[in-house]
Design a protein around this ligand. Structure first.
Ligand code: THU
Length: 140
């Protein structure tokens, strides 16, 4: 499968993280159903609230290119200067889970948290966003 390639690309994206304030560097690699991989990093701002998470950067890149169907995302994140063997799993924030729920089937979309190239955990979106609010709730 594409897991190993996705993990590699998430670590590549982490190198571009712009995080001068938190010094917490996050990378993401999002796999579209079209087989393409979209990389994202967190992009911070001096005014703090304009900050964009790595996951949403990846989603918005894909969606802005007309791609709206996805299979999986890998997320990696750690404080600046962390040695790879000391890195921990980095779970997506609630806002990013909500963006995932807008576009992904909660029963199928896989969220993979990688600590190293070989060590990762995998979840389904439904398990990390139970009782999520979606368009179905509005259009009942
Ligand atoms: N961050 C992400 O990019 N993704 C996450 O899943 C968690 C948090 C970023 C936002 C901010 O730039 C930094 O990590 C610290 O919160």
């Amino acid at each position: 499968m594409k897991e190993l390639e996705l993990i590699k690309e998430a670590f590549q994206a982490q190198n571009f993280s712009y995080a001068p304030y938190s010094k917490f560097h996050v990378g993401a690699a999002l796999l579209g159903k079209n087989g393409k991989i979209y990389q994202g990093c967190n992009i911070e701002n001096a005014a703090l609230t304009p900050t964009n998470c790595a996951e949403r950067t990846a989603f918005f890149k894909a969606i802005s290119e007309g791609v709206t169907e996805f299979e999986a995302i890998v997320v990696v994140g750690s404080p600046e200067g962390t040695k790879q063997e000391d890195a921990d799993y980095c779970a997506p924030c609630g806002v990013c889970r909500q963006v995932m729920a807008e576009f992904c089937d909660p029963n199928r979309f896989r969220v993979i948290l990688a600590r190293t190239q070989e060590d990762y955990q995998e979840y389904l979106l439904k398990d990390i966003l139970p009782l999520g609010f979606t368009g179905k709730d509005i259009n009942k």
